[in-house]
Design a protein around this ligand. Structure first.
Ligand code: UGA
Length: 429
């Protein structure tokens, strides 16, 4: 099929490249010309394992291109995915300005287009948005009727950063929220050659599935962190506990990893958006609010633990790992940000290292020291905090830490190999 995708963030680009890998002709649209030039040269603007190779391959096979020309993209394709950002407003609710604008533009183009076209919302939007905003705007601008002249679906994404290609090509499930059967059939055809379960629902259910899944996973993490904090006080390793708990099929072993809290562009924003929505509905979202507050406390717990060991004022503290998770260069809402901020507030001198995310962190902290290697960060430090579980940290040994002034090492993730490094402390173990 011919597919267009509006928005080339990590979801839009991974989805576009993914559909091209599956044999579709894809046109990705964005307003940022420089970014599109890079994409068209096969140079991925984001770090996502496997993405760049697949992008290059699809470009060379003529199955993929990126453009600023939304009109051509919609005219020459059968389906348009909307994958633009839905940032948070001050009050935590989502800002729909990009969704509003893109749906109006698509409406104006569909006014001129002959034949059937399906518009699919991929962005994470609160229930009601696809029908009340996207569908209405398109109807208004095109003068056409949804379900008759054009189709509407909501197809949430479940892609993890750092594993987006893998998650796209081998999903646990595909959810298609459809206005009517014809819209849903068109989108389902795109997923024909995927070996997974396809769940077809109405549009609001699909929108809510996405928020519920992310909120549940975030709650699972905060739950593990709360148990982990108790375990730590009792000298128990929470990972040993969760290994036993996760064997219960009703629970599953995944997302039970306690640590320095969740970050990223999804969990914090999506739980917050659901809390805001709940408030407008007059239901009190106690549990979801606690998911967020437990997480907030967890993010800086490493600094509290360090302060129990030393006065950090004037001390050199090495922070290893800045990305909100390994395999990514993304630092949005990363625990490292709060940790560095708090260390600086307390008067510490901070030196950081991350294999991928240093460039992005410079936008938040241009004036801290950025080391080129873990060893450079650690040498001469009074303390070392490990915030992201990059696999290279597993190779660190006692020798790497031997040039610290004081050997105070606290890990916020299971990152070090206890057979290679001795005398470190864990956040919940
Ligand atoms: C998350 C979801 O996992 C995806 O399914 C979803 O599509 C995506 O949000 C989205 O809404 O776009 P992502 O934020 O990329 O994906 O990353 P995760 O792997 O879920 O990790 C999120 C955060 O939780 C990270 O900071 C990670 O370190 C933390 N985490 C994860 C834990 O602290 N413990 C765990 O057990 C798992």
């Amino acid at each position: 099929m011919n597919v267009s995708i509006v928005g080339t963030g990590y979801v839009g680009l991974s989805t576009g490249v993914g559909f091209s890998v599956k044999g579709n002709k894809v046109i990705c649209v964005d307003i940022l010309e420089d970014k599109l030039n890079r994409i068209n040269r096969g140079d991925s603007p984001i770090y996502e394992p496997g993405l760049e190779e697949k992008l290059k391959d699809s470009l060379s096979r003529g199955l993929f291109k990126a453009t600023t020309d939304l009109e051509k993209a919609v005219m020459f394709t059968d389906v348009t995915f909307v994958s633009v950002g839905t940032p948070s407003k001050e009050d935590g609710s989502i800002d729909l300005k990009f969704i509003e604008e893109v749906s109006r533009q698509i409406g104006r183009i569909l006014k001129k287009k002959e034949g059937y076209h399906v518009v699919v919302v991929k962005s994470t939007v609160v229930p009601g948005t696809t029908e009340d905003v996207v569908l209405r705007n398109i109807e208004k601008e095109s003068g056409k009727k949804a379900g008759e002249h054009f189709g509407i679906c909501m197809n949430p994404e479940f892609l993890r950063e750092g594993r987006a290609m893998e998650d796209f090509l081998k999903p646990d499930r595909i959810v298609i929220g459809e206005l009517d059967k014809r819209s849903g059939d068109t989108v389902a055809k795109l997923y024909d050659n995927f070996d997974t379960k396809i769940l077809r629902t109405n549009i609001k259910v699909a929108e809510m599935i996405k928020y519920t899944a992310n909120s549940f996973l975030a709650t699972k993490i905060s739950f593990s962190n709360e148990i982990g904090n108790m375990c730590k006080k009792m000298g128990i390793d929470v990972y040993d506990v969760m290994a036993g708990v996760g064997l219960d099929k009703r629970i599953s072993p995944l997302f039970l990893w306690a640590g320095a809290g969740f970050g990223g562009s999804c969990f914090p924003k999506d739980v917050q958006a659901l809390v805001s929505k709940a408030k407008t509905l007059g239901t009190d979202p106690h549990l979801l609010e606690k998911t967020l507050s437990v997480n907030q406390r967890q993010k800086t717990m490493l600094v509290d633990m360090l302060e129990n060991r030393m006065d950090v004022k004037g001390k050199r503290v090495a922070v290893l790992g800045l990305a909100f998770k390994p395999g990514s260069d993304d630092v949005r809402e990363a625990p490292s940000i709060e940790i560095i901020r708090k260390l600086k507030e307390k008067g510490a001198s901070v030196v950081v290292y991350d294999p991928k995310a240093a460039g992005n962190m410079k936008m938040f902290f241009p004036n801290i020291a950025y080391a080129q290697t873990s060893r450079d960060a650690i040498n001469g430090a009074d303390a070392c905090l490990i915030v992201t579980e990059w696999s290279e940290f597993r190779n660190l040994t006692d020798y790497d830490f031997s040039k610290m002034k004081e050997k105070v090492i606290i890990e916020g993730r299971k990152a070090l190999d206890p057979n290679k490094v001795h005398g470190f402390e864990g956040i919940c173990w």
